[in-house]
Write a protein that binds this ligand. Sequence first.
Ligand code: SDX
Length: 370
Amino acid sequence: MSFVPGLEQVVVAETEVSFVDGENGRLVYRGEWAKDLSEGHSFEEVAYLLWNGHLPSAAELEVSQAVWSQQRELPQEIQAVLDAIPHETGMMSVLRTAVSALESQAYAYPPTVEQAAAITMKLPTIIAYRYHRLKGTTPVASRSDLGHTANYLYMLRGVEPSPVHVRALEAYLILLMEHGMNSSTFAARVIASTRSDIVSSLTGAIGALKGPLHGGAPSHVMNMLRGIGTKDQTEAWIRNKLESDGRLMGFGHRVYKTTDPRAVALRELALRLSASDPWLELAVHVEEVAIRLLEEYKPGKKLYTNVEFYAAAVMNAIEFEEELFTPTFAVTRTVGWSAHIIEAAQGRLIYPDAAYIGKLPAAAAGATTP
Ligand code: SDX
């Protein structure tokens, strides 16, 4: 038994939730192609699939939508928690705190689809409520006649969102809803395997997603593109970064050894959204130069564009502020996390081993060495 840094390619679970085909750059949710789902289904339909193992019938969808749209409101106590958190606290920390405050008997072990849905439906409301309080504007009540995605945009902006923005955000939310054994999902599964409650598992997952090597990359992609500035600055800027052993945000992936299929889908979406956008034109040029230079500086490492690169482009195109990027990632990944939490809660306690490389105590007389 040997130590594997980062658990790379170590199989830690069997799952029916999704398949991340790193060699061929393909992503499957419960037997369906994720890219196809992002082009022709709603947030609610794909959440139903991930939680229940099959796409809903028309009747199942109607019942789910009716129940779920009633679960968006925040209890008064949660609003009070949100108001008590200092204004300088970042939105991911706010989200982690608000979700953990949801703890109540309603979310006791064992985790269920009903619990998962009840929490998932509240995340957009938590974000929108905090967003308005920080701006000094009045939080907007959710509208049960709007779907999950449209309602999120409505609560943020206070006006009916454009169908183009709804479609773009919905495709983004579906593409990022689930992704196998990434760090935040693994964190959630470890907590769920102890027979703890779903709120504790989701709180741990949000903490993991906050990290810049995981879910926090889109803001860094924006900073990189701002730093590069123009097409003719691109090559020099990237060379300088790679020579100072920096990381190019939005490139590389633990599993995909070819382009991340979500990056491909989001790239097409971003180009459809704003082909004439000079910012997007720069992004496409940076991608091309970066992949060429990554091969030059890191030959054979197979470093390609990952989901975060074009997630930043789509977020930018629907005019989301950067503080909303990773929280919006959490809005949708709560579905994937909770599907895994329900699966892991039935499984064996996750308790791996460690190789002790510290020093041993001096052997005292009669002492037994560890
Ligand atoms: C995600 O859906 C989700 O759950 C989201 C997500 C997912 O699963 O898809 O979790 C999101 O994983 C996308 C990644 C978002 N993060 C970034 O874009 C940050 C930049 N990328 C990296 O830091 C890196 O590529 C990781 C963290 C994503 C993966 O790193 P690994 O698998 O641990 O690879 P590594 O750090 O061991 O690097 C291997 C080699 C190294 O070179 P050497 O030291 O061996 O010479 O590749 C190099 C690294 O220096 N390398 C990079 C690089 N990524 C790896 N060099 C420059 N730029 C990069 N981005």
